[in-house]
Design a binder for this molecule. Structure first.
Ligand SMILES: Cc1cc2nc3c(=O)[nH]c(=O)nc-3n(C[C@H](O)[C@H](O)[C@H](O)COP(=O)(O)OP(=O)(O)OC[C@H]3O[C@@H](n4cnc5c(N)ncnc54)[C@H](O)[C@@H]3O)c2cc1C
Length: 373
C-alpha cells in the first residue's frame, strides 16, 4: 500500500501547485489524477493573473498570489508564456469612470499600483478600442500565462522533488487518512487535499455550483492588442448569481492570437457551445473593438468555473482532521493557485502565513448554510 505525507486528489493547476509547494518543503507527495493533468477547467481558462477587489478577502488572496507569480517569473519556462501585459479596466462612460477612481482607491489602500487613463490615454494605449470611451484603469503588474503548461511546470517541479503521479484512476472515497480509488485499491496519507475542481464525488454536499463560460480564439494578429482588456461591467456580470451574462474581456497571446471572452451561465451543464450566448459575447467584444468583426476566430470552447456561495475558495481543513480542501476558485483559480498552495503548506508545516487564512476556511460552510436559510 502506498503511503504519503500529503496525497492530492486532482492534478489541475490547484493540485499541481499544492504538489510543488509540499514536495519542495520536503513532504512525501502523491497526486491522484483520473484523466490528463491540467486538462480540466485549467485547460479551459483564460490565464489572466489579476488582482480582483470584490471583497477584502478576495483582494488579499489575489494580491498575494500575484506576488508569488511575480517571484516565479524568472524561473518559469517559456512554455508558460508569462507576459507582464497589465490589465486595463475599460470605462465606457462617466458613471464607470467614477468606478475607476473608486477602484484605484481600493487598490492603493492594498498597495497595488494602478494608473487612471483618460479618454485620450486609453485610445493611445489601445488604438483598436472604439472611439469615445471615457477612460480606464491600468494595473501594470497583472500578467498573462498559458494555464495548462503552468500546471505542467508545477507538476514537473513537484516530481523533481520526489512527488509521485498516480494516473488513470478516480478517487471515489476518503476516510480518515485513507483514499479509495475506483479499482478498489487504497492509499494512505496523513493529509489528503481535495482539489478535484468541479467533481464533487468525495463531498457531494459541499456547496459548489458550476458557471459555464465560453471563449473564442482568433488567428494570429500580432500587435493588434497590448494589454488584457476587461470592461468594468465585467464586475457587475461576475456578481450576477442567477442570470446569464456576457462581458468584454480580451487577452493578447504570445502567438499573436487574441483570446476573447467571456460568458457566465448557471444551470447549463452541457459542454457544447451555445450559439446564442456566443453571438452575444462576440457582439459585445465587437462593440468595444469594432475591428474584431473583420478577424477570423479559429476555435471556440467552453469550460466550467466552480463557485462557492460567498465567492471565496475553500482552502484548509475539514472536520476530518486528515482531509483538506482546495476547491471553489471560480474565475480566479489560475491566479490563486500559488497562494492557495502556500496557505496549505503553511498549515502542514505549522508556519505563520503571510495573509490571514481565516476567510477561506471550509468551516464557514455551516455558517453560510445558516445565513442562506
Ligand atoms: C472560461 C473560463 C475562463 C477562466 N479564466 C480565468 C482567468 O483568466 N484567470 C484565472 O485565474 N482563472 C480563470 N478561470 C478559472 C480557472 O480556470 C479555474 O479556477 C481553475 O482552472 C481551477 O483549477 P482546479 O485545479 O481547481 O480544477 P481543474 O483544472 O478542473 O482540475 C481538477 C482535476 O481533478 C481531476 N479529478 C476530478 N475528479 C477526480 C477524482 N475523483 N479523482 C482523481 N482526479 C479527479 C480532473 O480530471 C482535473 O484534472 C477561468 C475558467 C473558465 C471556465
Amino acid at each position: 500500500m502506498n503511503s504519503f505525507d500529503v496525497l492530492i486528489l486532482g492534478a489541475g493547476i490547484i493540485g499541481c501547485a499544492c504538489a510543488r509547494e509540499c514536495a519542495q518543503a520536503g513532504l512525501k507527495v502523491g497526486i491522484v489524477e483520473v484523466n490528463i493533468p491540467g486538462g480540466g477547467a485549467t485547460a479551459a481558462g483564460m490565464g489572466h493573473l489579476v488582482v480582483m477587489d470584490d471583497s477584502p478577502a478576495q483582494l488579499a488572496l489575489t494580491r498575494y498570489s500575484r506576488s508569488l507569480w511575480q517571484e516565479l517569473m524568472t524561473q518559469l519556462p517559456p512554455t508558460v508564456e508569462y507576459e507582464n501585459r497589465g490589465t486595463i479596466w475599460v470605462a465606457a462612460d462617466e458613471e464607470e469612470m467614477a468606478e475607476v477612481h473608486a477602484k484605484q482607491n481600493i487598490y492603493a489602500s492594498a498597495g497595488v499600483d494602478s494608473i487612471v487613463l483618460d479618454s485620450a490615454a486609453i485610445a493611445s494605449e489601445e488604438p483598436e478600442l472604439r472611439a469615445g470611451l471615457a477612460g480606464g484603469l491600468l494595473v501594470p503588474d497583472d500578467a498573462v500565462i498559458y494555464p495548462p503548461t503552468a500546471a505542467a511546470y508545477f507538476l514537473a517541479e513537484a516530481m523533481q522533488h520526489g512527488a509521485l503521479l498516480l494516473r488513470g484512476h478516480a478517487a471515489v472515497k476518503t476516510g480518515t487518512g485513507v483514499v479509495t480509488l475506483d479499482d478498489g485499491s487504497t492509499l494512505t496519507s496523513g493529509r489528503i487535499i481535495l482539489a478535484t475542481g468541479a467533481d464533487k464525488t468525495i463531498l457531494p454536499w459541499l456547496p459548489l455550483q458550476k458557471r459555464k463560460g465560453h471563449l473564442a480564439i482568433t488567428d494570429r494578429y500580432p500587435n493588434f492588442l497590448r494589454h488584457q482588456l476587461v470592461e468594468l461591467g465585467y464586475l457587475k456580470s461576475a456578481h450576477k448569481i442567477t442570470e446569464d451574462s456576457v462581458a468584454f474581456n480580451i487577452q493578447p497571446r504570445t502567438t499573436g492570437q487574441l483570446l476573447i471572452g467571456s460568458s457566465r451561465q448557471y444551470g447549463n451543464e452541457y459542454a457544447a457551445a451555445d450559439n446564442a450566448i456566443l453571438r452575444e459575447m462576440l457582439n459585445r467584444a465587437c462593440n468595444y473593438m469594432p475591428a474584431l468583426a473583420h478577424l477570423s476566430a479559429i476555435r471556440v470552447w467552453t469550460g466550467f468555473r466552480v463557485a462557492t456561495p460567498d465567492k471565496l475558495p475553500y482552502i484548509g481543513p475539514t472536520e476530518d482532521p486528515t482531509l483538506f480542501l482546495a476547491m471553489g476558485f471560480e474565475g480566479l483559480g489560475i491566479t490563486n493557485a500559488p497562494g492557495a498552495a502556500r496557505l496549505l503548506a503553511d498549515e502542514f508545516l505549522n508556519r505563520q502565513s503571510e495573509i490571514d487564512p481565516t476567510p477561506y476556511l471550509p468551516s464557514r460552510v455551516a455558517r453560510m448554510e445558516v445565513a442562506h436559510g
